[in-house]
Design a protein around this ligand. Structure first.
Ligand code: PMP
Length: 366
């Protein structure tokens, strides 16, 4: 068996130790004589798995007690709609920061539900830097401010949390799409009203979406929203209004245990992630052949797009990379070139091997 280095943007690499543990437990979960996949979600065994996963996630992110953690389906894309449904029951206009393709999709859903105000946009700098706090111009009736912590396609990341006072007084709920950066390092959950993330990057397999929501926001839903959309109803039902994605939830739990026990927590994870990303950016910046356009302050630790000086060499780069076990380096079709996603489960050795390959490719073909 050979496992290659996988730089996919998502579904992405999982820690090998997690896959091995899942393999060990696949047919017979801890002597129960059945697989986790085959268990009732209401069985004591699964409820224990679910509760342990939630507690481990709370420990990793130091989630305060007045936040609820939901384990849902529908992906981050479903949250693009669930956020406005859940937060606009008392009126007001949802405010958004536009920083790239994912922010734009979130904005489109809010517009579909009645309108959105773009409080700042990175379009003027061609999505190469995030808006600075002074650029953010909220509408007078702002109900919340939504932003995308890390634009997975552009490789553009916020270097700060855009906390804002509400124009009506008090704090403004900050809503963050953290799909491609959650668990890459410590955060202060109390900065946020809602955090959401599709699992298939740093959390686990596809099919699971994690939402962390402040209790004060649970009663603000629109009366016309579908029952399964309601954060309040989901929180009351322990994310089990209907059958949750049990196996993905279990695997996410194994990833949380790996982060706590093998890695040593999120500060340790961030140190490794920073080292991995710094090396790759240094290799790109040190070459005339590879380029990354993002402002240094906003360069993503997780997704690093780069282009080759000669587009005509893209396919050879990808073919040769694959031949030496470096998979999924093709950039998103809207950006072109390459993208290396360096999520938590991508080992440092993978980055070293990629850099060696890039140096060699440039020497031979550049
Ligand atoms: N937001 C971001 C930042 C993403 O990277 C993605 C997926 N790549 C999404 C939203 C959409 O996620 P999903 O496919 O889980 O709906």
């Amino acid at each position: 068996m050979t496992r290659h280095y996988n730089f996919c943007a998502g579904p992405a690499a999982l820690p090998e130790a997690v896959l091995e543990r899942a393999q060990d437990e696949l047919l017979d979960y801890q002597g129960r004589g059945l697989s986790v996949m085959e268990m009732s979600h209401r069985s004591p065994e699964f409820v224990a798995i679910a509760e342990r996963a939630e507690q481990d996630l709370r420990d990793l992110l130091s989630v305060p007690d007045d936040y609820r953690v939901l384990f849902l389906q529908g992906g981050a894309t479903m949250q693009f709609a669930m956020v406005p449904y859940n937060l606009l029951g008392q009126g007001g206009t949802p405010n958004y920061l536009h920083t790239g393709i994912w922010a734009k999709k979130a904005i489109a859903e809010a517009e579909h539900l009645g309108g959105a105000h773009i409080a700042a946009s990175s379009e003027a700098n061609r999505l190469t830097a995030v808006p600075r706090p002074d650029d953010i111009d909220l509408s007078d009736d702002a109900a919340y401010l939504h932003y995308t912590a890390n634009e997975t396609i552009g490789g553009l990341a916020f270097d700060y949390v855009p906390k804002m006072a509400s124009p009506q007084g008090g704090g403004l709920p900050i809503v963050c799409d953290m799909s491609s950066s959650i668990l890459s390092g410590p955060i202060d959950v109390s900065d946020y009203g809602v955090i959401y993330a599709g699992a298939q990057k740093n959390i686990g397999p596809a099919g699971l979406t994690v939402v962390i929501v402040h209790e004060d926001l649970l009663g603000r839903g629109r009366s016309d929203m579908p029952g399964l959309f309601s954060y309040r109803a989901l929180a009351e039902a322990g994310s089990m209004i209907n059958t949750p994605p049990t196996y993905a939830w279990y695997l996410a739990g194994l990833v949380f245990q790996w982060l706590k026990e093998d890695v040593g927590g999120l500060a340790a994870m961030e140190t490794i992630n920073r080292r991995k990303a710094d090396k790759l950016y240094a290799a790109i910046d040190g070459s005339d052949f590879y380029t990354n356009p993002i402002a240094p302050l906003n360069r993503s630790l997780m997704n690093i797009p780069f282009v080759l000086a000669d587009d005509g060499l893209n396919q050879s780069f990808l073919d040769e990379a694959e031949a030496v076990g470096l998979l999924n380096l093709k950039g998103h079709r809207s950006v072109g070139g390459m993208r290396a996603s360096l999520y938590n489960a991508v080992p440092e050795k993978a980055v070293d091997t990629l850099i060696d390959f890039m140096t060699d490719f440039e020497r031979r073909r550049g």
